[in-house]
Ligand binder design. Structure first.
Ligand SMILES: [Zn+2]
Length: 249
C-alpha cells in the first residue's frame, strides 16, 4: 500500500476519535442550556416581583399624599364648622365635614389594604430571592462539573488534533483537501476500501476500468454513486501450501 494511503487511513482514524470528542462536547450544551433556563426563570420571577412592588409602592405613595391633603381639608372644614355663626352655615359645614370624613375613612381603609398587600409581596419577593440563591448554589456544583468536563475534553481535542495534523503532513495537499471536503460533508469516514467489486460505502458496482486503476495502479478514486474516496486493499498473500503429494524422501 502507498505510504500516502497508509497516512490518510491513519488520519481518518484520528478524525473518528476527534468527532467522538466533539460530540461529547456538544452533548454538554443542552445541560448548560437547561441550567441557564432555570436560572433565567428564577431571575424573571424576582424581576416581576420587583416591578410589582415598585408599582404598588407608587400607588401607595399617591394615595398617602391624597389622604394627607384630605386630612388638611378636613381640619379646615372643622375650623369652618366651629366658626359658623348661622345655622345655615353650620349645616353646610357639617355636611362637608361628614362627607370628607367618609371619604377619608374609605381612603384609609384602602391604604391599609395596600400596606398589607405590599407586606405580602415583599415576603413573596424574599422567598423568590432565597429560591434563586439556593438554585445558584445547586447550579454551582453542576456548572463546575460541566466546566471540568469541558476542560478535559478540550485538552483531549487539541491533543488529538495535533496528532492528526502531524500525520496529515504525509498526505499531499490535494488529496487531503478532497478527503476533508468529503469527510466534512458526510460527518463520517471519507475513505473506503473496495469490497470485492463494489464500493465499500454504498455497495454500488465499480466499472471494470476504474476497478483496474484502483487495483493495478493503486490509485485513489471517487465512487461515482456516493462520492467517497475508494482504494483497493492489497490482496492477502496466498498461503504457502506444501505440495501434498511430494514424494517422501
Ligand atoms: Zn459508493
Amino acid at each position: 500500500m502507498q505510504p500516502e494511503l497508509v497516512a490518510l487511513l491513519a488520519v481518518q482514524e484520528d478524525d473518528a476519535v476527534i468527532r467522538g470528542i466533539e460530540s461529547e462536547l456538544a452533548a454538554l450544551s443542552p445541560r448548560i442550556a437547561s441550567l441557564d433556563k432555570a436560572r433565567q426563570r428564577a431571575h424573571d420571577e424576582l424581576e416581576r416581583s420587583r416591578v410589582a412592588i415598585e408599582r404598588e409602592t407608587e400607588r401607595y405613595k399617591t394615595l398617602n399624599d391624597r389622604i394627607t391633603d384630605h386630612r388638611e381639608k378636613h381640619e379646615r372644614n372643622l375650623a369652618t364648622l366651629e366658626q359658623a355663626r348661622k345655622v345655615r352655615e353650620a349645616t353646610a359645614a357639617m355636611a362637608q365635614v361628614e362627607m370628607a370624613r367618609r371619604v377619608l375613612a374609605e381612603e384609609e381603609s384602602e391604604l391599609s389594604g395596600m400596606a398589607r398587600r405590599l407586606g405580602e409581596m415583599t415576603s413573596a419577593q424574599e422567598a423568590h430571592r432565597a429560591a434563586a440563591a439556593t438554585l445558584e448554589e445547586e447550579q454551582a456544583t453542576a456548572r463546575a462539573e460541566i466546566a471540568a468536563e469541558q476542560e478535559r475534553l478540550n485538552a483531549q481535542l487539541s491533543e488529538a488534533r495535533g496528532v492528526r495534523n502531524e500525520k496529515a503532513k504525509q498526505v499531499s495537499a490535494g488529496l487531503l483537501s478532497r478527503y476533508d471536503r468529503i469527510s466534512t460533508r458526510r460527518r463520517s469516514n471519507a475513505l473506503f476500501a473496495i469490497r470485492g467489486l463494489t464500493c465499500g460505502a454504498c455497495d454500488t458496482a465499480i466499472p471494470l476500468q476504474r476497478r483496474n486503476a484502483l487495483m493495478v495502479a493503486g490509485l485513489i478514486d471517487v465512487c461515482e454513486a456516493c462520492g467517497v474516496l475508494l482504494f483497493a486493499s492489497p490482496e492477502p498473500p496466498a498461503p504457502a501450501v506444501a505440495p501434498a503429494d511430494a514424494p517422501a524422501e
